[in-house]
Design a protein. Structure first.
Length: 235
């Protein structure tokens, strides 16, 4: 039997219903997501003898997942550098909370407004690296531009180690697949709750790599009910 594939609206419904039915705050869901990321990141780093982790953080909750992952890796003794490719003032809610935690922990946070600054941020890290794409999540519905597009191109051009995508490779439309232009080509994607319907699209496999479904701590029954349309699945 094929595993479940959810639309973006259905995944948002799972998040919403986790709060409404099970009293699970969104920060708890993000923490579970980051622990799923951490398990796969540690496995890859040990299996492939990766020397450090470079986490590329964007402006939304995908970036918040990456910041929480940075905390777990740092606590485990891994050398971590977080590169902020958009203004951290744009971080809100749970992502902002995880940014402030990372600041308080003195995790290595480096802003980068250009590819040259990104290259400079990476220069002193030992290789091979775990490169974590925590730029953009399921909300992509158009071609990327500016520093986000430049960072995606940099990820795909670099040969410094393995690429781990958070939830969805940045640039991939979670409902339609790689239809808007370039997207991150990951070695592994840790996607949350369930595979996304866009993962079935032509060409998606070249962006996804190996897909791992990570838990956000919600009951599996909730995912099944949303998938089957047995509860209100509005986003």
């Amino acid at each position: 039997m094929e595993p479940p594939h959810l639309t973006t609206a259905q995944v948002r419904a799972v998040d919403r219903l986790a709060g409404e039915r099970y009293h699970m705050p969104s920060i708890l869901l993000m923490e579970h997501a980051s622990l799923s990321l951490f398990a796969e990141a540690r496995r890859l780093m040990q299996q492939e003898s990766l020397q450090a982790a470079l986490i590329l953080v964007g402006p939304g909750n995908n970036g918040g997942d990456g910041l929480a992952l940075a905390r777990h890796l740092s606590n485990a003794g891994v050398r971590v550098r977080v590169v902020l490719v958009s203004d951290p003032e744009r971080l809100r809610g749970d992502a902002r909370t995880n940014f402030e935690i990372a600041q308080a922990m003195r995790i290595d946070l480096v802003p980068a407004g250009s590819v040259a600054q990104l290259e400079q941020a990476v220069a002193s890290l030992s290789r091979p690296l775990l490169v974590v794409d925590a730029l953009l999540g399921t909300g992509v519905d158009r071609a990327l531009s500016g520093m986000l597009a430049d960072t995606v191109a940099w990820i795909n051009a670099q040969r410094r180690g393995l690429v781990l995508a958070v939830d969805v490779p940045s640039g991939l439309d979670a409902d339609l697949g790689p239809v808007h232009g370039e997207c991150v080509r990951a070695d592994v994607t840790v996607t949350f709750v369930a595979r996304k319907v866009g993962f079935r699209a032509s060409g998606a496999d070249r962006c996804l790599g190996r897909v791992v479904v990570g838990s956000i701590g919600v009951p599996p029954e909730l995912v099944r009910l949303v998938e089957q349309g047995l509860v209100d699945g509005r986003g």
